[in-house]
Design a protein around this ligand. Structure first.
Ligand code: FEO
Ligand code: CA
Ligand code: CA
Ligand code: CA
Length: 591
């Protein structure tokens, strides 16, 4: 049908107008509800948020900073409830100058950081699990739920899979190479059919530093992961764990996919090394007709790759415990996008092709620890920063958010990354064999691919490519995360929209089939400085949860003088990254 704004989209909401504002906005007829904010107490005896007197002890019992990935696990477990559930939230990183009073701005602010600040940052990262409920069409979190949990950069975890116990995983603190404290830079994620969470470690490199980055035995390997002598954050100045000269193997223990059970607050998270070590943006699954489970993951770096992991065995829907170690055995693949529209999945298997001992791959442990270098040798296609990769439940196609790559030159363009200086990004569509039928073969080693849209402003940015009815409001920049509603429409969250064009980051929706295919429309606009993350629908499509990350992250913005005080707008207080719920005022489906 035609929308209120005209055009052949199946989406019913009236389109929002592009604008920059300290406040956020949503399409008419809908309501924004703040569910939980940085610093809100979630564990017993947690103090109320007091940004003027921060402490690691308080922060480790409160909701963390910079919420990114969101998941919703209905309660009771296994039900399809859209009224009650566990919200699982990644806390990716910290904005030092907005989080702490008196630091000022820019690199200077980081040089003023103390060991105490660093300890608070470690407590503010990781994840939160928190029970949420909807009553009278209004969402709130449950302060004293028995499921509420904080996972931080100090939480004890296990390491499993091919890299567990590897010599390069061992440290003085953990001579077994099988135990590690914490997870960090948890960006996007995913879940499993057996009800566990997969949280992904992305920009871990920013926290390690030392002379060994340039002169040590692992200098080349560090470099491939962006580890520097003088990193952005200064933890290595206070703590030997982050100092490469004291603890050279610690960075090898990050960059993994971490699995845990949100229904058991005592469960020990496990780093599943079979899925490879890189800057995992996400790890989302599709179940293959034969019961094997396929996990898609992007490595978010300019000129890095798209991966998938296929379990060796089918999952067992009857016995949850039987799936406990399913992620330790399977095949990791990297994508090669050929110009003729064929996608080849190349296996990263020790002993095959160039992945030999002579090339430094003596075991599968070596392959997964240096997955990037292994993929380089296989000739994978360097992409424009792969972020979220998600499967559309209706058409079985897989959508890859390629957020941007300003460094791609005209000499380096290829069919899958066709624009030089790609500052707006694009969305690529993978079509596995059987897509559109009930039997989609996600495990196949070949698929077809095409470009779903190329972002930027139509008529202004060369190569921008949308549905021709896309309005002045509907164009987007820097796709990062996405979700699908139960009708198979794509909802795209952005990170990095051009302020110069008067555009904030936001959430856009489009059909993926029919006359409105690729016709993006603006649904939600974030407060200034923020990106939009984690779009997640409840099973009934009546609520969409969004993680509003780094509000006020702009040049010159500080704790004392932030560019926005969203969402509280309390004088003297900084902005707070928060999870919001968007519902329709009449209680209907968001559509
Ligand atoms: Fe943390 Fe790739 O965004
Ligand atoms: Ca982010
Ligand atoms: Ca992201
Ligand atoms: Ca991003």
């Amino acid at each position: 049908g035609n929308t209120p704004n005209g055009g052949p989209s199946s989406l019913q909401f009236p389109e929002l107008r592009h604008q920059l504002s300290q406040r956020d906005a949503v399409a008419e007829g809908h309501e924004i509800q703040v569910v939980i904010r940085w610093g809100d107490p979630i564990l017993p005896d947690a103090p109320e948020h007091d940004p003027h007197n921060p402490s690691a002890e308080a922060q480790s019992r409160q909701f963390g900073y910079n919420n990114d990935y969101l998941d919703f696990f209905p309660l009771p477990q296994g039900s399809r409830s859209s009224e009650r559930g566990l919200l699982v939230v990644n806390h990716e990183y910290t904005n030092t100058n907005l989080m702490f009073p008196g630091l000022g701005t820019g690199p200077e602010a980081r040089r003023r950081l103390t060991a105490q600040h660093a300890a608070i940052e470690r407590a503010a990262m990781g994840l939160s699990v928190v029970e949420v409920r909807r009553q009278d069409n209004r969402w709130s979190y449950v302060k004293d739920s028995r499921w509420n949990r904080r996972i931080t950069v100090e939480t004890p975890m296990r390491i499993s899979g091919p890299a567990a116990g590897h010599a390069r995983m061992k440290t003085a603190e953990d001579p077994t190479g099988t135990r590690v404290r914490g997870t960090m830079n948890n960006c996007a994620g995913g879940n499993t059919p057996w009800g566990t969470v997969l949280t992904c470690e992305e920009n871990f490199n920013m926290y390690f530093g030392g002379e060994a980055a340039v002169s040590g035995a692992q200098a080349a390997a560090y470099k491939r992961y962006g580890i520097q002598k003088e990193p952005v954050y200064g933890w290595h100045r206070f703590d030997a764990r982050w100092n490469l000269d004291a603890t050279p193997n610690e960075p090898n223990r990050f960059g993994w996919v971490v699995e845990f059970d949100p229904h058991d607050p005592e469960s020990v998270p496990v780093k599943r090394t079979a899925l490879g070590r890189f800057k995992h943006e996400c790890c989302t699954h599709a179940v293959n007709p034969d019961g094997r489970v396929v996990f898609y993951s992007g490595d978010d770096e300019r000129f890095d790759y798209v991966y998938k992991f296929v379990t060796a065995k089918p999952w067992n829907p009857q016995d949850r415990a039987a799936n406990r170690d399913l992620l330790d055995e399977g095949t990791l693949y990297v994508a090669k996008f050929e110009a003729n529209g064929t996608l080849r999945w190349l296996p990263l298997v020790q002993g095959q092709g160039p992945l030999t001992a002579a090339n430094g791959f003596a075991s599968q442990g070596d392959v997964v620890i240096e997955a990037r270098r292994a993929a380089d040798l296989l000739g994978a296609t360097p992409m424009d920063r792969p972020e979220d990769v998600e499967t559309n439940p209706v058409n079985g196609r897989v959508y890859v958010m390629l957020t941007n790559n300003g460094n791609r030159t005209a000499e380096k363009v290829d069919a899958a990354n066709p624009r030089a200086r790609n500052i707006h990004g694009h969305v690529l569509e993978i079509i596995p064999p059987g897509a559109g039928t009930a039997r989609v073969d996600h495990a196949a080693e070949e698929a077809r691919w095409g470009i779903f849209l190329a972002a930027g402003k139509p008529g202004l940015d060369p190569g921008a490519q949308y549905h021709r009815a896309t309005s002045e409001q509907g164009w987007l920049s820097c796709p990062d995360n996405c979700a699908f509603d139960s009708k198979g429409r794509i909802w795209i969250a952005t990170d990095g929209a051009p302020e110069a064009a008067g555009v904030a980051d936001g959430l856009y929706a489009a059909d993926t089939a029919g006359h409105g295919r690729g016709l993006t429309r603006l649904f939600y606009q974030a407060p200034t400085g923020a990106e939009v993350c984690g779009p997640r629908f409840t099973p009934d499509d009546r609520t969409i949860f969004l993680a509003i990350q780094h509000p006020g992250e702009e040049a010159g913005s500080t704790f004392e003088r932030p560019s926005t005080r969203w969402p509280d707008f309390r004088e003297g207080a900084p902005p707070r990254p928060s999870v919001i719920a968007i519902v329709r005022k009449d209680g209907g489906t968001v559509s």
